[in-house]
Design a protein around this ligand. Structure first.
Ligand SMILES: [Zn+2]
Length: 288
């Protein structure tokens, strides 16, 4: 089936208390790997790319690869633009065929965040595209957006409710203590805050910085209303480590197919593990 908007998929996930993992991919093999993982586990899927990857590969190349993958399955599948701060890139990606976009205006004051989100909502709704916005600041590094972890501000539940009322945005990523990258210790997730936000806001919530969060914490966050879990760093590490492993054993290897095959397999195995963790296994029919 064609790529679809992630709105309904995520609403169903929140209602049924599971989450759909959203995987950041950077190469064709990574994209194929997460699709194969979804097929094998009968899971709904969100493929996502950062703005950096859009610039690296080109939105049309990415969208065509994702469309080709989606057409070959009957799984509910969306292509999402992660953490975008500029309107022209959002338009470019929607035109290329992305079915979901994130406008990240979380670095601005509330009113400006509302204004920018409304602007994206207007164009996205006309195109049947899902929109994700962020409130508060997720710590760590995401491409070229750097937020000092100590200054990372968590989302205010009342502000979340007001933000949804003002913007009608269909998915919300509230900062609740997670960080991008790999955690040094156990993540300090504010579960009480997730509960208070979920109590006031009906839209599916998005957990950023999902790499390396212990299983128990993921389960708890999902049970409270997190319906999308972003996995980026862990996937890149699995992919790169597999390639490094090939070169350690065979330093003279020069056939990309030889080192891409184990890299793809590593990503696929990890993606399936995340699908089991999020509870999306077997939910393709439910999410459709
Ligand atoms: Zn993020």
């Amino acid at each position: 089936m064609p790529l679809i908007s992630s709105t309904k998929m995520l609403q169903t996930a929140r209602r049924e208390k599971y989450a759909i993992p959203a995987f950041n991919v950077h190469t064709l093999e990574m994209l194929q790997a997460v699709v194969e993982a979804a097929v094998e586990t009968d899971s709904p899927l969100i493929i996502q790319t950062t703005v950096g990857t859009v610039k690296h590969l080109g939105p049309d190349y990415i969208a065509h690869a994702a469309k080709t993958a989606a057409d070959r399955t009957d799984l509910p599948m969306a292509l999402h633009l992660d953490h975008c701060t500029d309107f022209p890139t959002i338009i470019q990606c929607i035109r290329a065929g992305y079915t979901s976009v994130m406008i990240d205006a979380s670095m601005f004051p509330f009113e400006e965040n509302v204004k920018q989100t409304c602007k994206v909502m207007e164009i996205a709704q006309a195109s049947g595209v899902n929109v994700e916005a962020e409130l508060g600041k997720v710590g760590g590094v995401e491409d070229d957006i750097v937020v000092d972890e100590r200054d990372a501000l968590l989302a205010d539940p009342e502000e979340c409710a007001l933000f949804i009322e003002r913007t009608d945005v269909t998915t919300l990523a509230p900062a609740i203590g997670t960080a991008h990258g790999i955690y040094k210790g156990t993540p300090n997730i504010d579960f009480e805050r997730i509960a208070r936000i979920a109590d006031r806001v009906e839209v599916p919530l998005v957990l950023h910085g999902g790499s390396g969060i212990p299983a128990e914490q993921i389960h708890q966050a999902v049970a409270l209303g997190m319906a999308k879990v972003n996995i980026a760093t862990e996937l890149r590490i699995a992919f790169s480590d597999a390639i490094k492993g090939v070169f350690t054993e065979h330093p003279a290897e020069n056939d990309p197919r030889k080192y891409m095959v184990p890299a793809k397999e590593a990503v696929k195995q990890l993606a399936m593990e995340k699908m089991r963790l999020c509870g999306s296994v077997g939910k393709a029919g439910v999410a459709r």
